[in-house]
Design a protein around this ligand. Structure first.
Ligand code: FMN
Length: 305
């Protein structure tokens, strides 16, 4: 990759390459370090943090589906204070950017977490809005533009880090939500989160997941991700972290052409834990073949018919 500039300036932060990890698929990185050095990534998206510690949902919480998985892990994590005190200092020693993902049940919880995370070495905060809003009968924050606007505005007001709002695909118009987040002051957007799905065991007649429903990820969702990234990039003026079903360098390039500035690896790493190494090799081959000298040339460069 020596003659190709792979670096991306994202929200004023320098990423040495556009590859990051998708929240919840990489833990805090320690399980993956033996496959590829964490410094190989432009950035690391951490497992979703909540205001207080959570045990997560009962098992089974992962089920295989054609070209994907359903998960209902339920945000198992040690809570924001333990994260900031014990985990973040270790991550800060790695030569990469840390994007801390957070999930809340109320606007107050999100704001408290943003304040705590603002005083850490995190490069950016990624706000997962696919969470139930307890004040609004448990409907996900990310499905209502007015709620997304208000949430983003309040969190942005207390956050000293760039704020990335992570969009849910379980909506009618992803651009309405994207524009609401942008109006609220989001510095960037990330998409897509998982698609709500369900799998039933026909012998027991019971759902396979203990939680009945779960989020679909993996190659099955990639066309949805490409479409939503494209639509969002057309509508919004802020940069995008794209994710959804990436399994190769070609997939990263496809999401960049649709409009992503950075691209996250997620479920693909469950199959190939050192996927980052192959992805970087394949991206370099593509750039050499098409004479691309700067990777940022690809962002949004799709030629629409
Ligand atoms: C097991 C699992 C846990 C996840 N946990 C989170 C999470 O805590 N917060 C979040 O914003 N997204 C979470 N996601 C969604 C991923 O970050 C990503 O948006 C989605 O899986 C699509 O990418 P992929 O198909 O490459 O996995 C999770 C996904 C999986 C598979």
């Amino acid at each position: 990759m020596s003659d190709i500039n792979m670096s991306v300036n994202f929200c004023g932060i320098e990423f040495k390459n556009p590859i990051v990890t998708a929240s919840g698929t990489f833990g805090f990185g320690s399980e993956y370090n033996e496959y590829a050095a964490l410094s190989e990534y432009g950035g690391i998206g951490t497992k979703g943090i909540t205001r207080r510690e959570r045990a997560g949902n009962a098992p089974p919480r992962i089920a295989e589906t054609p070209s994907g998985i359903l998960n209902s892990v339920g945000l198992q994590n040690p809570g924001v204070e333990a994260f900031a005190a014990d985990i973040m200092p270790r991550l800060a020693e790695i030569d990469t950017n840390v994007i801390v993902n957070m999930s809340g049940n109320t606007i107050e919880e999100y704001c408290e977490m943003a304040e705590i995370l603002s005083d850490t070495d995190a490069a950016a905060i990624e706000m997962n809005i696919s969470c139930p809003n307890v004040r609004h009968g448990g409907l996900a924050f990310g499905t209502n533009p007015d709620v997304v606007y208000e949430l983003t505005r309040e969190v942005k007001a207390v956050s000293k880090k760039p704020l990335v709002v992570k969009l849910s695909p379980n909506v009618t118009s992803v651009t309405d939500i994207a524009l609401a987040a942008q109006r609220g002051g989001a510095d960037a957007l990330s998409l897509i989160n998982t698609l709500l799905g369900m799998k039933i065991d026909i012998n027991t007649r019971r759902p396979v997941l203990a939680n009945n429903m779960g989020g679909l990820s993996g190659p099955a969702v990639k066309p949805v991700a490409v479409r939503m990234i494209y639509q969002t990039a057309q509508a919004a003026d802020i940069p995008i972290i794209g994710m959804g079903g990436v399994m190769s360098g070609a997939d990263v390039i496809e999401l960049m052409l649709a409009g992503a500035s950075l691209v996250a690896l997620g479920t693909g790493m469950f199959i190939e834990p050192d996927l980052i190494l192959r992805v970087k090799r394949e991206m370099a081959e593509y750039c050499a073949k098409f004479g691309i000298t700067d990777i940022t040339e690809l962002t949004g460069a799709v030629k629409i018919n």
